[in-house]
Design a protein. Structure first.
Lengths: 588, 142
């Protein structure tokens, strides 16, 4: 906790509605964020029970520098993923880390199941499980609005509050249901939404107003100013603000690494129609920031939809990013910015992870075409480019309207194990792929990564870097990046700021607020956390060597050419050996 | 010449709260947003507009007029200066500020009064806030 030598943890049992506060000095070696969350998760985890069992914990944690330094904006959530059955880990920013800092909780451990549909109201001086029965079934935005009004008694709460909400998909237990934070940000991946739903927990509202004195005023301001300057005056962050992450569409397409139509190809014909530039020209209406970030990477796109004849229009606006354009655009053969915005809006309202939704529907499209499933299953005509079909399918998925959609709602790995077509279910260890068919870095990186995300170890940037491919070097780099990111995810830094926060900057920042750490300490912290995550994965029965990669990854050329299944398997084995060594180093 | 804070271009606001963060840090040596003299908020959820509630540096300050203990004194160029030792914490300034720009510090039991130092505008990454010559603002108000 800021200015203290302990981590302040709040345990909430939804069933008994009892809370417990612990101030844990023993968690300091884990720094904060994902470090603290991993330890708490490991302590409270029930490996023998189902992912959605009410006794499973959901852990939220903020980092060691949350909100008080620029771009340290993220909150981490850990849970047993209903999508993979193992470690669920997801990050979201918005205002949540600020609100938790202001409320005075470094971490929250939620267990049990509320007796009725409820939401949690957390503030500096109170925690309450409140009635949310009438909110069950409401969309994400409807829920957000309702809670804002319900919690208006907090007075000047506006601006100092954060609301985490699930939609119908989370209530129905869709394995990749997301939890939305403050309208535009998400704990998107791995199914936190379903975990909250299984606890009868529709939303969490956090409001804080405590005073947090600055202990080394001069020093802090000096460091803050330096970091702020780096964020706003160097070109490290400019691209995220300018056209934003969708600027990747064109170069990745040119290079042949943009997954298209269920990875039939690495290039999308009309890519220029859905590029960052196209969105900026046609749809961009606003840019926004998470609290404490001067960059402003959130791009809000709008389009005018005719909802009825007789000039009846409405404005649909959503946040858009590269990954969404890939998953609901190129991967489904959708080549219109307006249609992509409409699809994003649909997953937003129902509370689904856009990436897993798009990639699962990509598999369903192929499976339908190749006769693994029929129109009786899909109800809608799923065909690459058929916007209307996908719009309706998203609703089927969220509400689980028939057996097929309920099966697909457990993920493409599960669905393909039932219906067939596993070779083209584009998931890695159960998690639907990200928008990078760039090479071994992306593929192996996701296979071995703790949460099977492209962000675990940044393999995709390895592929796009200048280095020649070399099996051993790649494995080495993926491994070190994985534990380095465990450390930065303890701050918790938005990954866009990874060039701002070099090790020296991190040390200066932390040591100005009461830590006394060295570079070696940071490395040790990273490894300590990674080992804890490996312990969690082991407890949940995950085996890196057991990951089976779908054939299509090796049939469609990546941006670095055709990939060889044996090379990927060898890299996974080599990585796995390193991970085992770390795991067996034992507790320090 | 004295300057006055204005928030003329809130249409550009990203909602990053850097202004509040630095106001509290520089002027109150505190990380908490509740210590900031400038308050940025939405008008109804994140999809609505951001507004900044700031002291406009009134020439006829209502806050000063109602202060029973003369703890608020006229600031050169507009607005008021708090003489902390004279303040009894009655909250009348907070209640009477027409813009709702006086924030009461529950911890110190004194109002937080903007002294138009310009830190918020210096750190605003999107040029939403301006420090304007008091004379210029004055001419407009008159």
């Amino acid at each position: 906790m800021l200015n203290e030598k302990f981590i302040r943890v709040m345990y909430i049992d939804l069933e008994t509605e009892k809370i417990r506060i612990e101030q844990r000095a023993d968690l300091m070696p884990y720094l904060g964020g994902v470090g603290v969350a991993s330890k708490l998760f490991l302590e409270n985890l029930k490996p023998e029970l189902d992912p959605l069992d009410e006794q499973q914990p959901i852990v939220f944690a903020i980092g060691a520098g949350s909100y008080i330094y620029p771009v340290l904006t993220k909150t981490v959530a850990m849970f047993v993923s209903p999508l993979t059955g193992e470690l669920g880990e997801s990050y979201a920013a918005g205002r949540l880390s600020m609100a938790l800092t202001m409320a005075g909780y470094d971490a929250i451990v939620i267990t049990g199941k509320a007796k009725k549909h409820s939401y949690l109201s957390i503030s500096t001086n109170n925690v309450a499980v409140r009635d949310a029965r009438a909110m069950w079934g409401l969309t994400v935005n409807e829920t957000g609005r309702t809670i804002r009004d319900r919690e208006s008694y907090l007075g000047h709460a506006a601006g100092k509050r954060s609301i985490v909400t699930i939609g119908p998909a989370g209530e129905k237990g869709v394995a990749y249901a997301s939890a939305t934070v403050d309208t535009y940000r998400h704990f998107g991946r791995m199914g936190l939404g379903a975990c909250m739903g299984s606890k009868n927990l529709k939303a969490i509202s956090v409001y804080g107003n405590r005073s947090i004195p600055i202990l080394s005023h001069k020093q802090y301001l000096k460091v803050y100013q330096q970091i702020y300057k780096k964020c706003t005056t160097t070109d490290n962050m400019a691209k995220y603000h300018d056209a934003g992450t969708p600027i990747n569409v064109i170069p990745l397409n040119k290079a042949g690494g943009l997954p298209t139509m269920n990875l039939h190809s690495g290039t999308f014909g009309p890519a220029d129609k859905i590029s960052g530039e196209a969105f900026a020209q046609k749809n961009l209406v606003r840019k926004m920031s998470c609290t404490g970030c001067p960059v402003g990477c959130i791009h809000i796109g709008m389009y005018r939809r005719e909802f009825d004849k007789g000039h009846e229009y409405e404005a649909i606006s959503v946040g858009y990013d590269f990954e969404l354009i890939f998953a609901l655009g190129t991967f489904l053969g959708i080549g219109s910015t307006d249609e992509i915005i409409a699809l994003i809006n649909e997953v937003e309202e129902f509370g689904l992870d856009a990436m897993s939704t798009g990639v699962s529907l990509g598999w369903a499209t192929d499976a339908l075409e190749h006769g693994f499933i029929s129109m009786e299953d899909t109800v809608e005509k799923l065909q690459f480019g058929n916007f209307d079909g996908y719009m309706k399918a998203i609703e089927h998925l969220a509400f689980g309207t028939n057996l097929f959609y309920r099966t697909l709602g457990k993920g493409s790995r599960h669905a393909s194990s039932i219906y067939g077509g596993e070779d083209f279910a584009m998931q890695i260890a159960g998690v639907e792929m990200a928008g990078y068919h760039t090479g071994y870095g992306a593929l192996v990186g996701a296979a071995v990564g703790a949460r099977h995300s492209h962000l675990d170890n940044g393999g995709y940037s390895l592929d796009q870097g200048a280095d020649e491919f070399d099996e051993d070097t790649y494995v080495e780099k993926l491994f070190s990046e994985e534990y380095e990111r465990c450390m930065t995810n303890s701050l918790i830094m938005c990954l866009f700021a990874r060039k701002i926060y070099d090790k020296e900057t991190i040390l200066t920042a932390l040591n100005s607020i009461g830590w006394s750490l060295t570079g070696d300490d940071l490395t040790a912290i990273g490894k300590r956390i990674y080992r804890t995550k490996l312990q969690i994965k082991k407890a949940l029965g995950f085996q890196q060597r057991g990951v089976k990669l779908p054939k299509r990854f090796f049939q469609t050329p990546s941006m670095n050419g055709l990939l060889d299944e044996d090379v990927a398997a060898m890299m996974i084995r080599k990585y796995s050996k390193k991970a085992d060594e770390l795991l067996n180093e034992g507790a320090e | 010449m004295p300057k006055i804070l204005r928030s003329k271009e809130m249409n550009k606001c990203l909602g990053c709260f850097t202004c509040m963060n630095v106001c509290a840090a520089i002027n109150r040596k505190n990380h908490s947003l509740v210590k900031s003299a400038i308050r940025v908020r939405t008008t109804g959820g994140m999809s609505s507009d951001f507004i900044a509630v700031v002291c406009l540096g009134c020439l006829e300050p209502a806050c000063m007029e109602v202060c029973p203990s003369h703890a608020l004194e006229r600031r050169q160029g507009g607005g008021v200066v708090l003489v902390s030792e004279k303040c009894i914490g009655c909250r009348l300034c907070e209640q009477n500020c027409i813009m709702g720009a006086v924030i009461f510090d529950e911890e110190t039991q004194k109002p937080i009064i903007c002294h138009h130092c310009g830190a918020c505008s210096r750190y605003c990454p999107h040029d939403c806030l301006q420090m304007m010559e008091a004379e210029e603002v004055l001419a407009y108000v008159k």
